[in-house]
Design a protein around this ligand. Structure first.
Ligand code: GCB
Length: 602
């Protein structure tokens, strides 16, 4: 009995209640979920805050190292059901921090529960799909453990065909946003650690054999190149790809793995920021018609230029955190938040945005595509990741892979970024090389980058001596001259030694200002100081040969527990060009003027 208890405790530490049999492995990710038949599980759920992990042991017992599961019978976490009906409610999708004052700083476990009704159909399959849960989710359906997912910004799903009850079902999710050294991101980062079921949850219904995933990319030489992957037990099905506006209707023959690749000659109107043309695409089998809207373009580099559809383009960008404008902050979600954030970027003259520092929700990517905004998308391999730990690499790779799987048909995504400001070491280089190869393997059609750091090799001479640069297509780095490095006037005194064979992109620059604080330009935190810093940076940037883009830090002030200067920061990183109240600072107009000049070719 003692031995069982110890084993259980170890399993528990590894997986959290892992001796409840797992009834469903995480299934390969469904794509284009909004195009499928879904029952939305969004709405009001019940929740129980559980800082001591009490859901995992009988509440009458003392918690102790060997105290978990010290019965012959494994404890069933569904017992926690008992208490749910009297518990408070919480909205899904949304972070928990901005829903209850006592959860504002909370880092730990919260149990969520919803009930839903379904009449499972014999000829259908069912998947529970989560847009994202930060950071760890342990999912139980009708008291049975489906599995555990880690990684707070990417989707995951479980197949629950055969596990659903006709009528009412209970879905319990134990969510933890505990920061951990061996997590991705690690325990130190400059943004709010929003916990909860932050993106939509749906029960997705598919036919027995269905179109799970596909890729459609335009290649020079007037070809649409692609592949499609079915999921099912028999792949002897009629499968047609239809792009009505291009008058294409192609019959495809999947192989015995349900996979088929193809090439179609076509001359679509190419997607570009000034004309973000999308085409309706239909995947048709006798059992379904799955529709998407897809744009076609090429993205390549030549010397230090980025070429969109073969023509050089300057990426007039801005960095954006997934934080909600207005309504007291919190994680941004939905079309309205996307429109506000991307609308501001557009107003500033942007044709590009860096979605920092983790995969944003699908609305951001899709709305940007509709609005003509190219994107840099990244995973939270940020600062001091635990480079030597193979599980950390696995986790980072899984996050990258899920992001690529979700967004590979979004033509506005032009750069996948593998890391941000990571201190140099051999272990880190090995890790990031693995990340770069994963991206190249999974998506050879886009550019790879990372936000590196600059160094001052001798007074006034700036360069980036990061061996990672060699492996990237776009040579990007963050620099804070005038803020963390000297005063704005320093910008006029520096020279840059940068590669001439790759496009250079400045992935961050800027400084802080409190909206409405005015004074002399020498006074830190005033809008005048920030404006002067932007003017000086722009003068410097204009002189960098081969500069292909910039994404100043950052569109809007965002919450960060690291930013505690009273009366100025009050828990916000104030480097926004716009305040968290949506008020534009002077620097917004300085960037706007520069980008407008550039757009007009001045
Ligand atoms: C950086 C980080 C970013 C921070 C920013 C800052 O270099 O990449 O996440 O928020 O600096 O404000 O210091």
């Amino acid at each position: 009995m003692k031995r069982i208890a110890i084993v259980a405790a170890i399993v528990m530490l590894l997986g959290g209640g892992a001796n409840i049999p797992v009834v469903a492995e995480e299934a390969p990710l469904l794509t284009n979920v909004s195009g499928r038949t879904c029952i939305s599980l969004d709405g009001t759920w019940r929740y129980i805050v559980d800082p001591f992990e009490s859901g995992y042991y009988d509440y009458r017992r003392e918690p102790s190292a060997t105290g978990f599961f010290d019965d012959e019978e494994p404890h069933n976490p569904a017992l926690i059901e008992y208490d749910f009906d009297a518990s408070p409610t919480i909205v899904v999708p949304r972070d928990w921090n901005t829903q209850a004052p006592e959860l504002y700083y909370y880092e730990g476990s919260v149990w969520y529960r919803t009930r839903f009704a379904v009449e499972p159909q014999e000829e259908s399959r069912y998947f529970l799909y989560f847009g994202a849960v930060n950071y760890e989710a342990i999912v139980y359906l009708n008291g049975e453990r489906l599995g555990r997912h880690i990684g707070g910004f990417t989707p995951f799903n479980y197949e629950v065909t055969g596990l659903l009850r006709p009528g009412e079902n209970s879905l319990v999710v134990k969510v933890s946003n505990q920061r951990l050294k061996e997590a991705v991101p690690t325990n130190n980062f400059d943004w709010w650690n929003y916990g909860g079921i932050t993106r939509s949850v749906a029960l997705v219904e598919t036919p027995k054999t269905f179109v799970r995933e596909y890729s459609l990319q335009f290649e020079e030489g007037k070809k649409i190149v692609g592949w499609v992957r079915l999921d099912g037990s028999s792949y002897d099905v009629d499968l047609t790809l239809e792009i009505p506006e291009l008058k294409k209707r192609i019959a495809l023959t999947p192989d015995e793995q349900g996979y088929c690749s193809f090439e179609i000659s076509a001359s679509p109107r190419l997607w570009e920021p000034e004309n973000p043309k999308l085409y309706r695409v239909n995947w048709i089998t006798p059992y379904e018609c799955l529709s998407d809207e897809v744009g076609f373009r090429t993205i390549t580099t030549s010397g230090n230029q980025i070429l969109l559809n073969g023509r050089p383009i300057f990426c007039r960008g801005v960095s954006i955190h997934e934080e909600a404008p207005f309504r007291n902050g919190g994680r941004a979600y939905g079309v309205d938040d996307a429109h506000t954030l991307l609308g501001w970027a557009k107003e500033m003259g942007c044709n590009f945005a860096r979605l920092a520092h983790y995969p944003h929700n699908e609305f951001m990517v899709k709305e940007a595509e509709r609005m003509g905004i190219m994107l840099w998308c990244e995973v939270p391999v940020y600062w001091t990741i635990d480079w030597d730990n193979p599980e950390v690499l696995e986790n980072a790779r899984a996050q990258m892979s899920a992001m690529i799987t979700r967004d590979r048909n979004r033509c506005n995504v032009i750069i996948w970024s593998v890391a941000n400001e990571t201190p140099l070491s051999d272990a880190r280089l090995d890790f990031l090389k693995e990340m770069v190869s994963l991206v190249r393997e999974q998506d050879p059609t886009r550019l790879v980058s990372a936000a590196m750091e600059k160094v001052e090799v001798k007074p006034g001479v700036m360069t980036v001596s990061d061996p990672l640069g060699e492996y990237l297509d776009v040579f990007s780095f963050n620099q804070y001259i005038g803020w963390y490095d000297g005063l704005p006037e320093k910008c006029d005194r520096v020279e840059w030694a940068l590669p001439s064979d790759k496009p250079v992109l400045i992935s961050e620059f800027g400084g802080g200002a409190l909206y409405g604080k005015h004074g002399d330009k020498s006074e830190r935190w005033t809008e005048e100081f920030q404006a002067d810093l932007y003017e000086a940076n722009i003068r410097m940037l204009k002189k960098i040969k081969g500069l292909s883009g910039t994404t100043p830090w950052i569109l809007m002030d965002f919450r960060s527990p690291k930013r505690n200067l009273p009366g100025i920061q009050d828990g916000y990183n104030r480097k926004g060009l716009i305040s968290n109240e949506g008020k534009k600072k002077m620097s917004f107009y300085i960037m706007q003027k520069w980008y407008q000049e550039m757009a007009e070719g001045k």
